[in-house]
Design a protein around this ligand. Structure first.
Ligand code: IPE
Ligand code: IPE
Ligand code: MG
Length: 239
């Protein structure tokens, strides 16, 4: 798509966020980890509104990784309950604010009632303009392995030759295939790693790291990251 599609002065279409630091936010206040997650949902709400207002086409948020199953069962239950409540309570706001919900990751493996809620919300927001892609049970290595398996199956059925496998084919099979290319990746909480998030998509994304803990993140920080992004020179390997 051409640059004329960009709806903001920052030149950014797609921002992704690794929302990290809920536990440390709670710990600093001598509160349970779950309260950190609860306040994290408030930060999601504000950030989703801001994404639309700032003219982004897509916001992808890392909510639950394929490795987060390693956490205590009680914490996983808390997170799943927050997810249920969030989809139910914010569906009307998505529709009112022209938000289109999308999920990346193997969300089919979540509890059947959550899968049903997600699919209902995706259907009811299908005409929205700003895409909110929520990464649920998402791991980038899992995403790439799923694609590779599909290609292997296609090849064994004679549907594709190995010389037809290229970057364009891979990109068209990613969970993010219908999203604009990733412009900016934000990670909160001072950690400087990708934690299995959008490895392919990050190839030429700009990175913005902040020490702010996710529950403290707000529209002003998103704007700050976008302003920073606007001043970067992206070369994509050229000169
Ligand atoms: C991020 O907060 C939220 C999820 C991973 C679901 P954490 O729970 O990882 O918070 P910290 O990293 O322990 O502070
Ligand atoms: C990444 O945060 C996953 C999400 C934000 C959902 P983690 O807290 O799970 O990452 P690590 O374990 O510190 O790398
Ligand atoms: Mg963490």
């Amino acid at each position: 798509m051409s640059e004329t599609n960009i709806k903001n002065t920052y030149g950014a279409r797609h921002v992704a966020i690794i929302m990290d630091g809920n536990g440390r936010w709670a710990k600093k206040r001598f509160l349970p980890h779950a309260i950190g997650h609860k306040n994290g949902v408030e930060a999601v709400r504000k950030t989703v509104r801001a994404a639309g207002e700032l003219g982004l086409e897509a916001l992808t948020i890392y909510a639950f990784s394929s490795e987060n199953w390693k956490r205590p069962k009680t914490e996983i239950n808390d997170l799943m309950m927050l997810l249920r409540n969030y989809i139910q309570s914010d569906l009307d706001e998505f529709i009112a604010n022209d938000v289109r919900l999308k999920v990346i990751g193997n969300y089919q493996a979540l509890a059947p009632d959550i899968v049903a809620l997600i699919e209902d919300a995706i259907a009811k927001t299908a005409h929205g303009k700003t895409i909110l892609a929520v990464a649920l049970n998402y791991g980038s290595q899992d995403e790439l392995v799923r694609i590779t398996r599909k290609i292997a199956d296609m090849q064994s059925l004679g549907e594709i030759r190995s010389d037809e496998i290229d970057e364009t084919l891979f990109a068209s099979m990613l969970d993010t295939a219908d999203l604009p290319p990733l412009d900016l990746l934000i990670r909160t909480s001072g950690e400087h790693r990708l934690s299995n998030f959008m490895l392919w998509q990050c190839a030429y994304a700009e990175m913005w790291f902040t020490d702010i803990l996710w529950p403290d993140f707000g529209p002003e920080h998103l704007e700050q990251a976008l302003q920073d992004f606007a001043n970067r020179e992206r070369r994509f390997g050229g000169r």
